[in-house]
Design a protein around this ligand. Structure first.
Ligand code: PRP
Ligand code: URA
Length: 209
């Protein structure tokens, strides 16, 4: 089974609380989502491989390290995953960015896929898949399945807030995928929203509804 890591650094907990606050408007919400994504990326990339290199400082030779192994690909689950992309890119500017369009049918809560554009070398990349919310887990499972159909072999899922139901579904459906979250909440309500959660992430990011 994939591992679940709760990244509960004090800065992340502070910012997640502001994100949850219903009085936080779209601009601050966007800024905070980007900041938390960047802080989480620091931990998500902890196991990236390094090669030893030599570098010349103005004083003389020094032993150093540079990233090696698989290159990183970022995949945003549309729409709300877009809010996390820039934060991760600030740490990994050379990463290529793919997009998978999935929305949750409000009546059935089942995922509907409508778009997929991934880097052509997706099979060789360590993918970091982004979506602020992991509720029933249907959207994440569909997006991961989509990426695998296109050849992805190594995927990490990064969410700000997750419900136990969504974590369980991803771990059962895609046991090779590690999940990184900033908070695990109590449950889902009858409309499939995370309780207490933060409401509708896409609407709060983009000021819709
Ligand atoms: C939200 C969220 C996830 C999904 C989570 O997207 O960003 O993708 O719901 O729910 P699930 O785990 O039950 O599938 P939404 O369907 O609202 O689409 P949007 O991002 O386009 O607003
Ligand atoms: N999608 C959201 O944006 N929020 C939730 O709580 C559940 C799904």
């Amino acid at each position: 089974m994939g591992k679940l890591q709760v990244i509960d650094h004090p800065l992340i907990q502070h910012k997640i609380t502001l994100i949850r606050d219903k009085t936080t408007g779209p601009k601050d919400f966007r800024d905070l989502v980007g900041e938390v994504a960047m802080l989480m990326a620091y931990e998500v990339t902890r196991d990236l491989a390094l090669d030893e290199v030599e570098v010349e400082t103005p004083i003389g030779p020094a032993r150093g390290w540079q990233l090696s192994g698989k290159k990183v690909g970022i995949v945003a689950i549309l729409r709300a995953g877009l809010g996390m992309v820039d934060g991760v890119l600030r740490l990994i500017p050379a990463a290529k960015v793919g997009h998978i369009g999935v929305y949750r049918d409000p009546a059935t809560l089942k995922p509907v896929e409508y778009y997929c554009k991934l880097p052509s070398d997706v099979a060789e990349r360590q993918l970091i898949m982004l979506d602020p919310m992991l509720a029933t887990g249907g959207s994440a499972c569909a997006a991961i399945g989509f990426a695998k159909q296109y050849g992805a072999t190594s995927i990490k899922l990064v969410n700000l807030i997750a419900a136990p139901e969504g974590i369980e579904l991803v771990q059962k459906t895609h046991p090779d995928v590690d999940i990184y979250v900033a908070a695990v909440d109590e449950c889902l309500n009858s409309h499939g929203y995370i309780v207490p959660g933060l409401g509708d992430a896409g609407d709060r990011l983009f000021g819709t509804k």
